[in-house]
Design a protein around this ligand. Structure first.
Ligand code: NOJ
Ligand code: CA
Length: 716
């Protein structure tokens, strides 16, 4: 009886409890959260669908930027983290700080956002995922956090399923999605045209793995029909695979597509851990995209405490002469060189080796005479005869110079003239070999006084099967960066993963290539509009070692076999020092060529590489960009304007100058008849007094541009 009486009572309590849980589940399921940017113009809405699928949407000034888009991840051999979620908790916080970068486009950076943190519980699997949305005035960043928990410890990612549902068939500035290269020309087309243009866009490269007829890379720059500029990228790519975007070209929905590793896995993660931030920068002004600091702000503050040894670098180098084919990296033409089985002293030199003592001294003299900080020397070390297009595990050793490169004497000579030699480590993609030699290579650099290294990853990654942008190889770049920091070495990585603002955390990452650089002007050419796009795409993640300053635009002048030409005017080569932001800038042409154009070369000598302030005076992706930048700690300004294949007149106001002061402007412009194909070297230099009230009207030739240095009258 007792038993019978208690049973219904217990039952009804349980029923009540169940009903409460169900009710709360219903409530949480239906829950939507809204959060605005500090200036209220961006609105992020988070919502769970009835099946527990997390979604988000973003508007800017009431206009849709990202329509309702799903979030989640698919796992290998485990239930997906894509649905069946309930909101356990959601909270909003605000953050506002101003920080000083070690080097940069501005003296200080404001990091101001409102953050929505949503704690998601997947009841069926007892797993938790936390979503973080940071809404800035210039855009949105969101990431997944996987807290430490019993039911989610080590897991393998099959695919991340973050969607970016666009509001229409936007104009896109895109590169073919590829696990191994970014060295493509940008295609400008509507999203609906990507599929039809993919094949032609996928030009050959030493290592390439395109993955889909509608896969594209980030940073992806978009423009909507109603004039919204949207940029999609990622920030703080650490211990994770690099994200591409797969396009659904019927509905204009982009979805994350991660780079697989050698086993086909897209991430090997262990809680507690986080994904990189997925970033969406948006504005109705193109210039705001260029000014955005969102990607940097989403990275952690510097982990390097003493940054006094990190300094911007202006350099020349034994480089373009090899790129054009005038000289060689290799010391001998003997083939089949196996490093450990060869004594270089016994081989016949080819007589074309660029990094020989006399030539390197010539560059050092030139650098010292014209005030450059450093000379890059490529081809100084043994192994260049037999590195390309093979999958050798043991390639370079990074410490053995060729017989005609006296490492001790050349570094002594350089240092005696106040110049440093920049080390070069081409790894030939053999990551294992580089790690094998890394300690001794960096010790070698410390011993001889090298403070910067240019690394390179040409060719397929060894161990084979890995990709340039997979998690394991990204971890390698990170390992090199941190090891370099321990040795007080600055890093400029070529063919490495595209930057994602990590230079905030590791400011010794002073450069990256990770796009089609000036070298391609010698490999067939870059499009005339190339540098009107890169600041909107590749540079959103960080500075690029673009290596401008080519005055001899006909490559055949150095190598009669090479008919490539530089697709810009000479004046525009000067503009690039301002428009292609980098704390590491090369004057890439040969000393003998600069000696013939010392008047134009003066701009490269004068231009700053570190800045207190940056203004975008004019900008339209694919058409033109004009920047003004104030030199760090000085009153002088530099202006650069880059232009596509059509001539135009740029109209700018110098209102950025301090009112009441007089300045002398030296204007390096295209001559009237200049043309990037027909008459690239025609330039004209003039001087005029200017003030903050001055307005300038300047003609830019097809494929041209201009550069201006503005120095306070009477200042030095
Ligand atoms: C490709 C790099 O981008 C280039 O600058 C370098 O000279 C070659 N690899 C050789 O390492
Ligand atoms: Ca390259």
């Amino acid at each position: 009886m007792k038993y019978n009486l208690r049973r219904p009572a217990a039952f009804s309590l349980r029923t009540l409890a169940t009903t409460l849980v169900l009710l709360s589940l219903l409530w949480t399921t239906a829950r939507a959260e809204e959060i605005k940017s500090p200036n209220q113009q961006l609105v992020l809405t988070f919502a769970l669908q009835s099946d527990g699928v997390p979604t988000y949407a973003l508007t800017y000034k009431g206009r849709p930027v990202i329509k309702t888009s799903k979030l989640g991840l698919e796992l290998k051999n485990a239930p997906a983290l894509t649905s069946g979620f309930a909101v356990a908790d959601a909270k909003q916080t605000t953050f506002d700080e101003t920080w000083q970068p070690v080097w940069g486009e501005t003296k200080s950076i404001r990091n101001h956002y409102n953050e929505l943190t949503v704690n998601l519980q997947q009841a069926a699997t007892s797993r938790t995922v936390v979503l973080h949305f940071r809404v800035f005035d210039d855009g949105l960043g969101f990431r997944y956090e996987f807290p430490l928990q019993p039911k989610l410890d080590y897991f393998v990612v099959k695919e991340e399923k973050s969607q970016f549902a666009l509001a229409g068939d936007h104009k896109a500035f895109w590169l073919p999605g590829d696990y191994d290269t970014q060295e493509y020309s940008t295609v400008t087309s509507n999203l609906s045209e990507v599929r039809g243009k993919m094949k032609a866009a996928t030009t050959p490269n030493a290592s390439q793995t395109p993955f889909s007829p509608t896969g594209v890379q980030t940073p992806l720059m978009l423009k909507s029909k109603d004039g919204l500029y949207i940029n999609i990228h990622e920030a703080a790519l650490v211990d994770y695979s690099c994200m591409h975007l797969e396009l659904d070209d019927k509905n204009f929905v982009l979805e994350s597509h991660l780079t697989p590793d050698a086993a086909g896995n897209k991430g090997e993660l262990q809680t507690p851990c986080v994904s990189p931030w997925r970033t969406i920068i948006v504005s109705d002004k193109a210039g705001d995209i260029l000014q955005s600091k969102l990607v940097l702000n989403l990275n952690e503050p510097s982990k390097i405490k003493d940054t006094s040894w990190i300094k911007p670098v202006k350099y020349v180098g034994v480089w373009w002469e090899m790129i054009t084919g005038k000289s060689t990296w290799s010391y001998t033409n003997q083939e089949n060189i196996k490093l450990d089985a060869l004594d270089y002293a016994s081989v016949k030199p080819n007589g074309t080796h660029g990094a020989n003592n006399a030539n390197v001294k010539r560059y050092i003299d030139f650098a010292a005479k014209h005030g450059f900080d450093a000379v890059l020397v490529e081809g100084w070390n043994t192994g260049w005869e037999d590195w390309f297009g093979k999958h050798k595990d043991y390639v370079f050793d990074f410490v053995t110079p060729y017989p005609d490169f006296d490492v001790q004497e050349l570094n002594r000579y350089a240092l005696s003239k106040g110049v440093r030699i920049i080390m070069h480590h081409e790894t030939s993609g053999s990551v294992r070999n580089y790690e094998r030699h890394l300690d001794s290579a960096f010790q070698f650099m410390n011993k001889y006084g090298y403070t910067a290294v240019k690394t390179g990853y040409v060719g397929d990654i060894v161990p084979l099967g890995h990709h340039h942008y997979d998690q394991w190889v990204n971890n390698h770049y990170q390992y090199v960066l941190e090891k370099a920091a321990a040795h007080k070495i600055m890093v400029n990585g070529h063919e490495a993963v595209r930057p994602t603002g990590l230079a905030r955390t590791y400011p010794n990452l002073i450069g990256n290539e990770a796009a089609r650089g000036t070298e391609y002007e010698s490999f067939g050419g870059n499009n005339a509009d190339h540098t009107t796009i890169l600041p909107f795409t590749r540079l959103i993640g960080g500075p690029m070692d673009y290596t401008p300053g080519i005055f001899q635009t006909k490559v055949s002048a150095y190598n009669p076999q090479n008919n490539s030409f530089v697709h810009t005017t000479l004046a525009r080569q000067l503009a690039l020092y301002v428009t292609m932001y980098s704390p590491l800038q090369m004057a890439a042409d040969l000393p003998e060529t600069y000696e013939k154009h010392l008047d134009a070369f003066q701009f490269i000598k004068d231009v700053a590489v570190d800045w207190d302030a940056t203004e975008v005076l004019e900008a339209e992706p694919g058409d033109y960009i004009t920047y003004a930048r104030k030199a760090k700690g000085k009153s002088s300004w530099f202006v650069g304007s880059t232009n596509d294949e059509n001539g135009r007149t740029s109209k700018i106001s110098l209102s950025f100058l301090e009112p009441g002061k007089k300045y002398v402007a030296t204007i390096y412009a295209d001559a009237k008849d200049a043309h990037y194909e027909k008459n690239p070297q025609a330039y004209a230099i003039r001087k005029q007094t200017v003030t903050s009230k001055t307005k300038l009207s300047q003609y830019c030739a097809p494929g041209g541009g201009y550069a201006i240095s503005i120095v306070e009258a009477g200042a030095k």
